[in-house]
Design a binder for this molecule. Sequence first.
Ligand SMILES: Cc1ncc(COP(=O)(O)O)c(C=O)c1O
Length: 395
Amino acid sequence: MAIGLSDRVKSIAPSPTLSIDAKTKQMIAEGIDVINLSVGEPDFGTPEVACAAGKAAIDEQFTKYTAVPGIVELRKKIAAQLKERLNLDYTADDILVSSGAKHSLYNAFMALCNKGDEVILPAPYWVSYPEMIRLAEATPVVIETDESTGFKITPEQLEQAITPKTKVLLLNSPSNPTGAVYTKEELAALADVISKHEFYVISDEIYDQLVYGVEQVSIATFGEEIKKRTLLINGFSKAYSMTGWRVGYMAGERALIKAMTSFQSHTTANPSSISQKAAVGALDHKDELMVPEFRWRRDYVLDRIAKMPMLSCDTPSGAFYVFPNCSACYGKSFQGHPINSCDDFASLLLEHAKIALVPGSGFGAPNNFRISYATSRDNLKKAMDRLEAFMLSVQ
Ligand SMILES: Cc1ncc(COP(=O)(O)O)c(C=O)c1O
């Protein structure tokens, strides 16, 4: 018998963002002035009410196991917020709190998918989705999108991707990496297609509070039947700058939530008791700074990129990313170094312009790259100056 890792683990592709990240960290450690535009977390602090609630939890010894799906106080408050923000009716029993939305997504795929089931996955997609789908032994069925539809799938594309093996449609609006947000009309058209078939919808709405001048609509609002089949995923990482606290949740039909709670009971059990209390506190926080600041930065970056040769960029309506197209550089070079892919582009930018950003290849988008504007205005200005100088040297 050969000793070795499981096929499951051996088949996981390493995170494509990691090589850039590792290189960036190494450069920073060597004292090189790299501007990091690759991060996927807000540069704001966790709200004071959340920190205070977390500290109080420690002081009060709220440090033991809790109910597996999370404390009732938190689940009730999440349900109230879903009612207030999206007009969706859930009770505490329809909610499962997990150790981050990534964990919620993993629970969902593991609980819904059998070997060979198909999961419809619009590209560009967040890097972890295909790997999670494969870990659940399901098959990702990718629908390609590009700037021509604002990186959104059409009802026709969805219809064509559906087969008797379709088990799940994965939606992510606002999107990481494109920032695209589906409108009510676009979702209504997709809902029409969904309602003609039988499969689940996993709707990852983790960036839902970060939208700029548009309304955030959930696919779960298009009637009771769709709501029953939808698992709405959200969490505290982005809207409340709580990436390190690890609190995410899923809202859905009670029977599904019960099944996933059993699954979670044998894997991680409850999320951190202290983080849950902090999340209760966070829900009292009404942010007035983050959205206008992100909007300013988005507009600034878009304005600068619009003036650079060979780059074009859609206007994203949400999240904190822009996703420019760099394919006009392919076949050209920078100081003798050829640029034939977004990976070449990102590596050269890191090495020569000292800007770290993420090539689109890992997101299923070989013509683009992702800029996170979750960094200071000063950093963005410096980074855009460097990007501009680089672009002017591409021949
Ligand atoms: C689209 C999307 N979903 C889910 C997550 C996971 O968030 P967390 O596990 O921090 O709650 C992220 C984080 O980057 C994300 O971008």
